[in-house]
Design a protein around this ligand. Structure first.
Ligand SMILES: [Zn+2]
Ligand SMILES: [Zn+2]
Length: 318
């Protein structure tokens, strides 16, 4: 745990056997109330570090609200553990609708089948978002673009940044010129942009949200994983370049023949320590196929790829 800015503390919660390694939870201390930004996964390793850190910081959960940047289990997983009767959990309504939807996992299995997973039921069972999600049905308070959250010396503005998820939000403080970026902008790793969700073109949304945030004056960006980012515009350019290279790679793969998103993902290059696709753990196949799908949907929307249905599955071609 370290003080990363005046009255703002970062708690790094471990994510064992996960390439992300850790998730950053931030606590903003105010005289009356505190604000926690993102919470960690619902697993013992995260709970233990969270409890110890809150004790060291002398944080009273009855006087602490949570702002959740988006609905992934590493960010929202501990809300049931941390919520008290006098605290609020803020989350954009688009992401609350996804995560509380009764058919979420059945729909995921259906999508896995449609886009080429050979064994969709096994795949959905091993989805990390399912395994480490909160218990019960927590009540979320919705925030949206332009809403403000006041805590201590800071007045944060909500910035909608759809792409990584449809309801992803960042928090911006205009006087301090700091941004909490969730998984919208990360340093040294690229945010996973996935086609599994309900958005028709998540990559298009993400690129538009990068442009949006590039216009903000930001001294320091605090991401959901890894270290603070001093130059958000340089990092945004790198992320845009990453997706340009990815698009090229996918077009070259599709030029061979028509394929499912799963087949395309199996031929892409991944920065991961497994030598062949068959060795990828199922969670990594989810992320990889989701990213391939996001690119295919983006190409389709731009008129550069088309889909056809065969045996209940979708195939993409140039
Ligand atoms: Zn995420
Ligand atoms: Zn994350």
């Amino acid at each position: 745990m370290d003080e990363v800015f005046s009255d703002i503390y970062r708690i790094q919660l471990p994510l064992p056997r996960n390439p992300l390694r850790a998730i950053n939870s931030y606590v903003v201390r105010g005289a009356d109330r505190c604000l926690m930004i993102d919470t960690g996964m619902n697993r013992p390793e995260c709970i233990e570090v969270m409890r110890t850190s809150l004790r060291e910081l002398a944080i009273d959960l009855d006087r602490t609200d949570c702002f959740i940047t988006h609905s992934h289990s590493d960010h929202v997983g501990l809300v049931s553990e941390l919520k008290t009767r006098s605290s609020k959990i803020f989350l954009h309504s688009a992401d609350a609708a996804i995560i509380l939807h009764p058919n979420l996992w059945a729909d995921m299995a259906a999508a896995a089948r449609t886009y080429g997973f050979p064994d969709p039921d096994v795949a959905v069972e091993k989805h990390p978002g399912r395994r480490y999600l909160f218990d019960g049905e927590p009540e979320f308070t919705s925030l949206r673009e332009g809403d403000t959250v006041s805590v201590g010396r800071y007045l944060f503005q909500c910035v909608e940044t759809p792409g990584h998820t449809p309801g992803h939000m960042c928090l911006y403080e205009p006087d301090a010129r700091i941004l909490f970026s969730g998984d919208h902008i990360l340093d040294s790793i690229t945010p996973n942009i996935s086609g599994w969700g309900p958005a028709p073109d998540p990559l298009g949304d993400f690129l538009a949200s990068l442009e949006k945030v590039a216009a903000y004056e930001i001294r320091l960006t605090f991401p959901g994983h890894r270290n603070p980012i001093p130059d958000h515009r340089r990092r945004i350019e790198e992320l845009e370049e990453h997706h340009r290279v990815r698009t090229e790679e996918i077009v070259n793969i599709l030029a061979r023949n028509e394929q499912t998103a799963y087949q395309v993902a199996s031929q892409m290059t991944w920065d991961i320590s497994y030598t062949c696709w068959d060795d990828f753990p199922v969670p990594q196949k989810w992320f990889a196929t989701g990213e391939a799908l996001a690119h295919l949907l983006h190409l389709e929307r731009a008129g550069k790829a088309m889909r056809s249905w065969r045996d209940g599955g979708v195939y993409f071609a140039l």
